[in-house]
Design a protein around this ligand. Structure first.
Ligand code: ARG
Length: 257
């Protein structure tokens, strides 16, 4: 009896110490390696995900191929950029490889009402100098209201940072995050508007898009329902990621495709 109790106390003390000194950093390393809290993904599985790069090849945002020569991204990614200074990289999981195709951009359309991401309208369409022969992702339409039901587990993808203020991922990363109700998102962010944005994230945080993922896809039901837009830090409890809501912009975007 005494021996059992002694063992129990020893094991409780040891595990308490371990959780302070060892488990905490290990758990951190586990939850932050990718997007934030994601895992590696291949562009062959998600052939419509692309990244935006400078002429020197430095990745700065994500995007989605919605026609062979058209990419939907965030307005804040490209506002003020010239087509000549922008490249679209398709089919390259590893930013340090030369896999896939690098397309030039011939035109940048930014939603005419866009000012800043937190005011909405954070969508843009890039025209490429070539047709990319790969699958494209359809846009959510105004009748796709069911795709936006809170709790739907949406897919996020990107090459952005793996923690708030951290360094960008070398590889394409993915994760799933539940869509947040309008009420929950409004509680987190006074700027939230359910006509131009949609939020996603776990109440406890831990999984999220982050800097450099902007413009990239939020996918549910086989459609593009959002584009990565903004948030307070990344993956924090009570602060979901905010995405541009695609369905309300279906007509204006389609007019550019
Ligand atoms: N604004 C960031 C970008 O330009 C995306 C931030 C997303 N933040 C978030 N907590 N989900 O890449």
């Amino acid at each position: 009896m005494a021996k059992t109790l002694h063992r129990l106390i020893v094991s409780v003390v040891v595990s308490a110490l371990a959780s302070i000194f060892f488990i905490a950093p290990a758990a951190n390393a586990d939850v932050s390696p990718m997007i934030v809290g994601g895992t590696r993904a291949s562009t062959s599985t998600y052939p419509w995900v692309v990244y935006l790069a400078t002429t020197s090849g430095s990745q700065f945002c994500g995007g989605t191929l919605t026609k062979a020569n058209k990419v939907v991204t965030a307005a804040h990614c490209v506002k003020g950029r010239t087509p000549a200074s922008t490249r679209v990289v398709h089919g390259r999981d590893d930013k340090q490889s030369t896999a896939g195709t690098v397309a030039n951009v011939t035109k940048i359309w930014v939603h005419p009402s866009y000012t800043t991401a937190t005011a909405g309208y954070d969508v843009a369409v890039l025209t490429l100098d070539r047709n990319i022969s790969s699958a494209t992702l359809p846009l959510a339409t105004p009748s796709d209201t069911a795709l936006y039901t809170a709790g739907n587990s949406a897919l996020i993808l990107g090459w952005g940072t793996t923690s708030s203020g951290g360094s960008a991922s070398r590889y394409l990363l993915k994760a799933n995050v539940p869509l947040t109700s309008d009420a929950t998102c409004k509680t987190a962010y006074s700027q939230y508007s359910n006509t131009s944005m949609v939020c996603a994230g776990y109440p406890q945080g831990g999984t999220d898009t982050c800097q450099g993922d902007s413009g990239g896809p939020l996918v549910f039901g086989g459609k593009l329902i959002g584009d990565t837009s903004w948030g307070r830090g990344c993956a924090g409890a009570g602060y979901p990621g905010v995405y541009g809501r695609i369905a309300p912009y279906y007509s204006v975007i389609t007019a550019q495709l």
